[in-house]
Design a binder for this molecule. Structure first.
Ligand code: FAD
Length: 324
């Protein structure tokens, strides 16, 4: 925890039920390393403020509203909070919605924007965002030449967690918020909930991904079986998506989702640079591939050279046996 009392404004992601999203603990954890975390919750449930306090926010600002909000009202709320708090940095989840809000807010408030940070720190001149680039081959830093940075933080990349602060300040709901008058992009939206017992890919602690090596949509079930045995989310390479084995929302990589789980298991994935770009910051990488020369082994912590249709059922059986 930084000794600095300088506020860091965190926009908390809220799920359709109004509860704070799983990304919150890491966002507030990151904020706590560079200042005093101030959480902004827009359209949260009655429990959301307490959930943010549990995650270590020193101050919680709640604005009422529909949890399935359009972007513009959230930006309005963010602007009000920014003007009230005058933070040293604004941290937002690097989710699709978070990137949308961050970009629009940075333009509106004329602030610098850093996207997809895997860490943040503070030096003599202010806040620095750290990024993993070129498929995870390099770490690079970004910082504004002046002013407050708006930083989107990659889900799963931050290990820091903040302690609950006993004297956290709750700034009560300000009531239904006025709309800025800036045109919204849509009149209404319907939340589409996908029923799945598996964790969401973004921010998952464990991910099992399958590639072209699975050979068919029917055989791709093996990826899901290993994921279920591990309690993991299911990912895929673009080749697997293009072949129709699994929907595009599961694609990991440069043009898909970036993940940073504790465990990433790659099955029948060669490890092209565009795939590695989305998973190389995973803490532990396990690869199963029948080609010993596959580039995925360059980034793997543990590798098995073999036919996945032979190896994976054995792994699942061993995992199930340990549960008994
Ligand atoms: P392959 O490269 O064909 O590899 C299949 C692997 O499976 C091989 O290594 C093979 O040895 C192994 N295998 C086969 N059978 C078995 C078996 N029975 N047991 C064990 N191993 C087996 N790709 C992404 O993944 N994500 C992206 O976001 C992405 N974005 C892209 C953006 C651009 C602009 C471009 C040009 C490409 C992008 N790609 C992306 C595509 C990328 O370049 C690769 O083509 C893709 O990742 C390959 O997927 P793959 O590893 O599943 O298939």
């Amino acid at each position: 925890m930084s000794s600095s009392e300088n506020p860091i404004l965190v926009l908390v992601d809220v799920d359709p039920a109004g509860d704070v999203a799983s990304s919150t603990a890491a966002l507030i954890g990151a904020a706590s390393t560079i200042g005093r975390p101030v959480a902004l919750i827009v359209g949260g449930s009655a429990d959301a403020a307490e959930q943010a306090a549990q995650a270590g926010a020193a101050e919680i600002i709640s604005e009422e509203g529909d949890a399935a909000l359009l972007t513009v009202p959230i930006i309005d709320a963010l602007q009000r909070a920014y003007e009230g708090v005058r933070p040293d940095a604004v941290l937002i989840s690097n989710s699709i919605a978070g990137r949308d809000v961050a970009g629009r807010f940075a333009v509106r408030a004329k602030l610098a924007l850093s996207v997809d940070a895997v860490g943040v720190s503070r030096d003599d001149e202010g806040i620095v965002a750290h990024h993993s680039v070129y498929g995870g081959a390099y770490l690079t830093d970004s910082a504004p030449t002046f002013g407050t940075p708006v930083i989107t933080v990659r889900q799963g990349a931050i290990d820091a967690r903040a302690e609950r602060i006993d004297d956290a300040v709750f700034t009560g709901a300000t009531g239904a918020f006025p709309v800025s008058g800036v045109a919204a992009t849509a009149g209404t939206i319907d939340a589409v909930e996908q029923a799945s017992s598996r964790p969401e890919l973004r921010g998952a602690a464990r991910v099992v991904s399958g590639g072209r090596g699975l050979a068919s949509k029917e055989k791709f079930v093996l990826v899901e079986e290993l994921a279920d045995a591990l309690g993991a989310a299911v990912g895929a390479s673009r080749a697997a998506v293009d072949a129709g084995y699994i929907p595009q929302s599961h694609q990991v990589g440069q043009t898909g989702v970036s993940v940073s789980p504790q465990l990433y298991v790659a099955l029948g994935i060669s490890g092209a640079i565009q795939h590695r770009a989305g998973m190389q910051t995973s803490k532990t990488i396990v690869a199963i591939n029948k080609d010993a020369e596959a580039p995925i082994f360059d980034v793997a912590d543990f590798g098995i050279v073999g036919d996945l249709f032979t190896v994976v059922p054995q792994v699942i059986a061993a995992l199930e046996a340990r549960k008994k």
